[in-house]
Write a protein that binds this ligand. Sequence first.
Ligand SMILES: [Ca+2]
Ligand SMILES: [Ca+2]
Length: 258
Amino acid sequence: MIARGAGDVAEKGTFSFSAQQPLAPQGGEKVNAPFSARRIALLAGWAALSLAGEAPPGGKAPLVLDLPKPHFIGTPINLKSPNLEKPRPGKRPDLLVPAGVTNVALKKPVTASDSSPIMGELSQVTDGDKDGIEGSYVEIGPGKQWFQVDLKERCQLFAIVVWHYHAQARVYHDVVVQISDDPKFARGVRTLYNNDHDNSSGLGLGKEKEYIDNHEGLLIDAGGVEARYVRLWGNGNTENDLNHCTEIEVYAKRPSAK
Ligand SMILES: [Ca+2]
Ligand SMILES: [Ca+2]
């Protein structure tokens, strides 16, 4: 039995699951699941370094994410989409970030191409709730749309994490993440991620693969670029043509922290 929601409008697809292995905690990340003692010690050690404001050896350490609970396991075998990535063997590779980065998107203002959500509120994109349950996502109109976060100041960005909706296995189409210092994205736009392989959204040909949204979210290496605004584009998903967002996190250094 698969949870339904997030704009389901028809019995469009049936998913089944071929593997039943529980998801293991990911390196550099924590989930609501048991930890090994060694792993807790590693995380505690890194937390102590962060609190002390000291860079670990090499100046960087794996980004530690507070991941929500998984809602499905295994590989959906009937989920078809062009340009879909192959199942990943093992854990997601760690993303190394400088000490002291924080989620500067938390509680920041959110706008969207559709200012009247069908379900939820735009503020839910940055409210810190990443759960894959009813009531934890905002739904906006069909087709090509965007969500945008105003960080309120120019920050140095190292990682962006996006959760669309993860109560059910689905693929969101034409995922493009851009940054700019212009709230209208008319100038100075840089694209950090684009999986629109056929340019159906008209933002340029994307080199990334489509992926199945899950509790891990999409982790994007921002590489230290500076910007005030982050925009997440989308163009429907494998269940319907609506657009959803559960949370956007932006791990960055504020100007005062440099
Ligand atoms: Ca949220
Ligand atoms: Ca496309």
